[in-house]
Design a protein around this ligand. Structure first.
Ligand code: UN1
Length: 494
């Protein structure tokens, strides 16, 4: 199959004439398609199309834009199963999770659609008589959106749908590991009636991404991906004075106290650490166990982990899919080596799966390390794979202190029945999200999503907060006194 860029309502190859192949990570004999390896020239063309479309789109009433986005939601409902299957084939996550990914985009579409009838501003009294003060949310302009492959429909939808409802136009550079899903989403957006040029898709690698970030007509960059890349983007946006929203890495802790519901906590850890093969920015990657339950908990966790069914996500029995690509597989291997070198104890997994059904894919056994200390790289760095590290502590205070020994601050979790402990964790865990008696994954579309420290730069996607990213405030003063009234000066009451 030949995949194309989508620019100004037309499907077209890259002007560079270059292509890249995208293969199924569960079976690399299965070619998903070839997609354009785009250059700065393609980006410029897409930005031009987005600029032209912006002139009209910004004037379409927001409730009307919302109705179109609602149709995107309706179409996603209709095509949910087909999209989920295409997603699993392209990036590997088990079918049930792929359906969840599409569902998250559906939820986002309906939320954003309804926001078209809100986009509230504030009215407030003026300090002067016969004068009113108003404020409006205005679109930002052409937005550059750069996304990762692990939530190939949900995460782009978090950005694109609100951006469109707010009256922006978009140039989207999806991950080169999920180009087909991007095109399917673009197809749905077009079918729903979003005018030509309002959403443009340009495929490629860092070259296209960098050109998008640097393009002078792009007013905003919204990015999901690694902290290294995010910081680079932020530095360019700093120099060029662009609005920039970053969703970056995580190293998410899950604390289990002795009074925790034991079985619930076990299930939570398994899902949080090995769901999506650990390839989520919210994945549970550090398990912090109270000493009183550590031994039994680890023993049972290891048993259950070894029993997880790893394989091709299209098989409904599979619980853990493949790793996205060879490069990432090697990265995970190097972290396993570093864990061993630094003195952590490997309990299960730690190796590739290569025999039989695994022969043609990128599979890695779910892995647990014990005796992990905060100075080790496997404790500190985001691995983005099925590797869980276990650290044992003696108190709640120590658990929270260990959890906070991280450069990241996205998600966090505590399992306990003690309400005091739960609220202390909510107060003290340095993270944008804290779960109580649930694992670190599973954010809902209508709540703010994002993190602190190395994870973000102060913005929140999701819920009502994403509309702060995709709008700029316009403050309006209307003076109907018929005379010059000077603020701060003519304010004395007579
Ligand atoms: C991501 O990993 O980039 O909370 C997003 C969750 C999902 C979103 C993850 N709803 O795990």
């Amino acid at each position: 199959m030949e995949g194309y860029n989508y620019i100004g309502g037309r499907w077209c190859p890259s002007r560079s004439g270059r292509w890249f192949d995208k293969r199924n990570p569960a079976d690399t004999r299965d070619l998903i398609g070839r997609f354009p390896l785009s250059s700065a020239e393609d980006i410029a063309e897409a930005v031009e199309a987005a600029q032209q479309a912006y002139a009209r789109w910004r004037l379409v009433p927001a409730p009307r834009r919302g109705e179109i986005v609602r149709r995107i939601g309706d179409l996603l409902v209709q095509r949910k199963e087909e999209l989920a299957r295409a997603m699993t084939r392209e990036m590997g996550k088990p079918l049930v999770e792929a359906r969840g990914d599409v569902q998250e985009a559906i939820d986002t579409a309906y939320y954003a659609a309804a926001e078209g009838r809100r986009l509230f501003g504030y009215n407030t009294p003026s300090e002067l008589p016969n004068k009113v003060n108003l404020s409006f949310r205005m679109p930002v302009g052409v937005c550059g959106i750069i996304t990762a492959w692990n939530f190939p429909i949900a995460v782009p939808s978090w950005k694109i749908f609100p951006a469109l409802v707010c009256g922006n136009t978009v140039v989207w550079k999806p991950s080169e590991d999920a180009p087909h899903c991007a095109n399917l989403l673009a197809e749905v957006v077009a079918e729903a009636g979003v005018p030509e040029g309002v959403l443009n898709v340009v495929h490629g690698d860092a070259e296209a991404g960098e050109a998008l970030v640097r393009h002078p007509a792009v007013r905003l960059i919204a990015f999901t991906g690694s902290t290294v890349v995010g910081r680079h983007i932020a530095s360019i946006c700093g120099q060029l004075n662009k609005k920039c929203s970053l969703e970056m890495g995580g190293k998410n802790p899950l604390i289990v106290l002795p009074d925790a519901p034991f079985e619930l906590a076990l299930e939570g850890v398994l899902w949080g650490a090995f769901g999506t093969t650990g390839q989520r920015c919210t994945a549970t990657s550090r398990l912090i166990l109270h000493r009183d339950i550590a031994e039994t908990f680890v023993e049972q966790l290891c048993q259950r982990t070894s029993a997880l069914r790893v394989g091709n996500g299209l098989d409904e029995h599979v619980q853990v899919g493949p790793i996205i690509n060879e490069r990432q597989l090697q990265r995970i291997e190097s972290y396993v080596r570093s864990g061993l070198e630094e003195g952590a104890r490997l309990l299960v997994g730690g190796h590739r799966l290569t025999d039989g059904e695994y022969a043609h894919g990128f599979f890695f056994a779910p892995t647990i390390f014990a005796d992990v200390t905060p100075r080790m790289r496997i404790f500190r760095e985001e691995i983005f794979g099925p590797v869980l590290s276990v650290t044992v502590v003696d108190s709640l205070d120590e658990a929270i202190a260990v959890a906070n020994q991280s450069d990241y601050g996205l998600s966090s979790s505590i399992y306990t029945r003690d309400i005091t402990a739960a609220f202390q964790a909510i107060r003290d865990l340095e993270a944008g999200i804290t779960y109580v008696n649930a694992p670190t994954i599973g954010a809902e579309a209508h709540m703010p999503f994002g993190g602190i420290k190395g994870t973000g730069n102060g913005h929140r996607e999701g819920g009502w907060t994403v509309f702060d990213i995709f709008t700029e405030w316009k403050t309006v003063y209307i003076d109907y006194s018929g005379r010059l009234q000077r603020a701060q000066i003519d304010t004395e009451t007579s």
